[in-house]
Ligand binder design. Structure first.
Ligand SMILES: *Cc1c(COP(=O)(O)O)cnc(C)c1O
Length: 418
């Protein structure tokens, strides 16, 4: 069956034909037969240079040799034991060594679980209830973070099935807005347990913090007994050896990981200082548990991946990012287009609008129709980027100069055509 037939078949058994909504792009998603290095292949006989990379995890490219080998060896000796393995200590030590804020961590199964547990921990530690997030920030799909601004500054659940009462404990702020942040904290400081933020907002494209914004967040939370959580599910092990907190030199109280940390296998983690993490069960009273926590397959994927991600890895990967962005930048200049190219390290996105982009409201003014056309035309030409203006493109170490040059040329031609 081809992708179109498979999608029609899938729709009979899976809601919307997919297992996560972003995958259901129109008219139908391509069904993958395999992924190797920088490319993925579909059942219709096409291949694509992949800048989606599973929405970030595949930083070494697909089916990396070292991962195939190490994970294969692990699978051969068992995949689940329900009792600890030495490998959990090994990966924990690697994260502690790299990431400034982490002295201890708990492995879970997804980014959603990581933020859910970190928020519970922050509430337990501060003995306060409210949380603050930023408009357009994505922290997984659990109830407290799935909210949208309602009328008159109120917060509404962003899904059916979430009680209005649940959302009442979440407050929302525009990103990069110092004044709004100061006012909100001033008003609610005795109730706010935590502020959770993506240091680079990777779920509304690739939106970067203004100079000094993360530092202000750090200072204001410290002064008011509020825990600062960096949601580094995307930026963790993506931006640099020690993640975004090292890149921006702002150290949060807690951090959440996912995506890259599992080397392509399901994982999540949250960590921080001993004094805070010691409150997690069984050593403390904040409950957290999971059948697949610390799963040896995912942990092996993580150890093998982090072993590859040494400091020189990032120099080489980020050079690829700089090269591709400079080529796209030149195309935008040459063609005198009103587009905004954003990106850093190995992340990038083109916003289909001009002018400064500081927050979610600015991103929403992008020309979505144009973006969709850009996405579809790239796909036709063998380039796969995430199918939404609100996602971010990623580069892997498997992308070689030919891949990047070809991509730059195709993007040039597609932008010209638009
Ligand atoms: C993907 C993502 C999550 C959720 O992770 P899942 O593994 O999909 O549950 C949380 N936060 C951020 C910043 C993410 O990008």
């Amino acid at each position: 069956m081809n992708s179109e037939d498979l999608f029609n078949e899938a729709k009979k058994y899976l809601p919307g034909g997919v297992d996560s909504p972003i995958r259901a792009f129109k008219p139908y998603p391509f069904f993958v037969s395999k992924g190797i290095g920088s490319k993925i292949f579909d059942v219709d006989g096409n291949s694509y240079i992949d800048y989606c990379l599973g929405y970030g995890p595949a930083i070494l490219g697909h089916s990396h040799e070292a991962i195939v080998k190490a994970v294969g060896e692990q699978i051969a000796i068992g995949t689940i034991y329900g009792t600890p393995t030495e490998k959990e200590i090994e990966l924990a030590k690697m994260v502690v060594e790299r990431v400034p804020c982490v002295e201890m961590l708990r492995f879970v199964n997804s980014g959603t679980e990581a933020t859910m547990s970190a928020i519970r921990l922050a509430r337990g530690f501060t003995n306060k209830n409210k949380i603050v997030k930023f408009e357009g920030g994505y922290h997984g799909c659990h109830d407290y973070v799935l909210i949208k601004p309602g009328s008159g500054g109120a917060i509404k659940p962003d899904s059916l099935g979430i009680p209005e009462d649940t959302s009442k404990n979440t407050l929302s702020l525009p990103f990069n807005d110092e004044e709004a942040l100061i006012q909100l904290v001033d008003k609610h400081k005795d109730e706010i347990a935590t502020i959770i933020v993506e240091p680079v907002m990777g779920n509304i494209g690739c939106l970067q913090p203004k100079n000094g914004f993360l530092k202000l967040l750090r200072d204001i939370t410290k002064e008011n007994n509020i825990l600062l959580i960096f949601d580094e599910v995307i930026t963790g092990f993506r931006l640099s050896y020690g993640s975004a907190q090292e890149y921006f030199n702002v150290i949060p109280d807690l951090v959440t990981f996912g995506k890259i940390l599992g080397g392509g296998f399901p994982i999540g983690a949250f960590g921080g200082r001993k004094e805070i993490m010691g409150m997690i069960s069984p050593s403390g009273g904040v409950y957290q548990a999971g059948t697949f926590n610390g799963n040896p397959v995912s942990i092996t994927g993580g150890i093998t991946t982090l072993n590859e991600l040494n400091k020189s890895f990032y120099v080489s990967l980020n050079k690829k990012g700089e090269y591709l962005r400079s080529q796209i930048h030149d195309s935008i200049e040459d063609l005198s287009l009103n587009l905004n190219l954003s990106g850093l390290a190995s992340m990038f996105q083109i916003y289909f609008r001009n002018g400064d982009i500081l927050n979610y409201d600015d991103v929403k003014k992008s020309d979505i129709k144009k973006f969709n056309k850009y996405f579809k035309t790239l796909l036709k030409n063998g380039i796969f980027i995430p199918p939404s203006q609100f996602e971010c493109c990623f580069i892997s170490n498997a992308h070689n100069h030919d891949d990047l040059e070809k991509t730059a040329n195709i993007i040039h031609d597609v932008l010209k055509e638009l």
